[in-house]
Write a protein that binds this ligand. Sequence first.
Ligand SMILES: [Zn+2]
Length: 363
Amino acid sequence: MRPSSPLDRVAGAHDAAVLAVARRGDPVSRADLAAALRVTPQAISKILARLIGRGLMAEAGTITAGPGKPTTLYRIEPSSRRAIGLHLTRTRLHGVVVDLTGEILGRLALEIGHLQPIPDLVATLATMARELMDIGDGELLGVGVGMPGPVDRGEGVYRGTADPDPWRGAPLRRLLAAELELPVLLDHDSRAALVGETWTQPHLLRDTALLLVEDGLGAALCLNGRIIHGAHSQAGEIGHTVVRIGGAPCSCGRRGCAQAEHRAALDAGDAAAAADVLASVALDLVRLVDVDRVILGGRTVHEHHAVTMEAIRRDLSAGLLAEPWIHVEVLLSTRGADLIAVGAACEVLEHAYGVPQGLVGPE
Ligand SMILES: [Zn+2]
């Protein structure tokens, strides 16, 4: 894959902005797009010509409103591109293939042996990706993989935990790209989940924290409309903030981390205590980065969603009592079990939408 130049990135950002408006659904006119993006209709014409040339958009008829020339409408071409998303955990693999709007065309799920050796793991990922490739039409842009961290998205490497870990240091992106001869992107499960959530409603989720509770506990942040990665690709590792000094031992080597305390409460059958840990974490996130939306996602949250939502809302209203002007909405992810796989696929689509970081082709 040719490295993108600064001018490509400028054109890409323009294309991405037009596509982000178009993927909301209804056909749009040049004037609609110009108003939404605050540029001239002439600038929109150039971008549309480029997108139509690439097959990403098409004309969608005309409307006549009053005297004068009829207005041409444009729509996105959902079937022009596809992307595959894989959600990998220690024991399971869940995959989807989506069209250019992020709609799911097909899905697969598989139980895998606990901590497969790396060559076997890469073969398992490639097998599922190949099965998903047979679903739907449109150019396949690549494969996104979302997995529990620590993951270095820039390097495409799973960094691993302090515990003995056979996946530690695995260059999964390079290995899978070579196996499939396709571009591959590797990211934290929580960040993939947040891309999946923001994909269809970027205008609503400008300042958002997504709290992901699967086997571990992590968060991803969208601030001022941008997903935050951090200097070492580790932004949002809120599961390793200490909520109880000298508490339960954690995989990171410390004691009393939110993740360890949450797990210990669940193991003891105390869903209310586990929800209290999540509520404390949610309030800390709101305090730290001032988000107005907290989205809960992940398998474990869905199992205990009622008690968790209630605890978070309770702690937020108690914790923000002195600041009645701060309003934070607590939402449950609507993507269910597909959340992370869809998000990883949407991260690949973002590449086509002109956000080229993170997706690297086979060498
Ligand atoms: Zn920890």
